[in-house]
Write a protein that binds this ligand. Structure first.
Ligand code: 5GP
Ligand code: ZN
Length: 111
């Protein structure tokens, strides 16, 4: 298995895991872009949103990100959930992941 995030799911490489259920895992981004920067991933390997065939998987990732936002204490202040898809959007790890960003004011539009 060559996928970095699958290795994190399998505990083959360490990560700061903060939440987990049967379908999803949440861990802190190694290079945080905000005071709270958590990656929420499905346990099933899907390379990007383009290959996501089961919409329920996306719903579970989104609901899990919402729950982690509550857990991190940023739900009321506000937070952003971002899915970078392919090169122009800056996707570098090809295991679908949602960035949960919060804890600071965020500009719009994103860069
Ligand atoms: P992307 O650019 O694909 O949307 O996001 C990939 C994210 O994964 C980046 O924000 C990057 O900092 C993070 N990342 C890359 N390698 C690791 C790692 O080994 N551990 C953790 N926790 N995050 C990683
Ligand atoms: Zn994977």
């Amino acid at each position: 298995m060559s996928c970095l995030f699958c290795k994190i799911i399998a505990r083959e490489i360490p990560a700061a895991i903060i939440a987990e259920d049967a379908h999803c895992l949440a861990f802190r981004d190694i290079n945080p872009q905000a005071p709270t920067h958590v990656l929420v991933i499905p346990k099933e390997h899907v390379p990007s949103l383009n290959q996501m065939t089961d919409p329920a998987l996306g719903g579970r990732v989104l609901a899990f990100a919402r729950d982690v936002a509550k857990q991190e204490g940023i739900a009321e202040r506000g937070y952003r959930v971002v899915l970078n898809t392919n090169a122009e959007a800056g996707q570098t790890v090809f295991h679908l992941h949602a960035h949960l960003l919060g804890g600071r004011e965020q500009g719009w539009p994103p860069g």
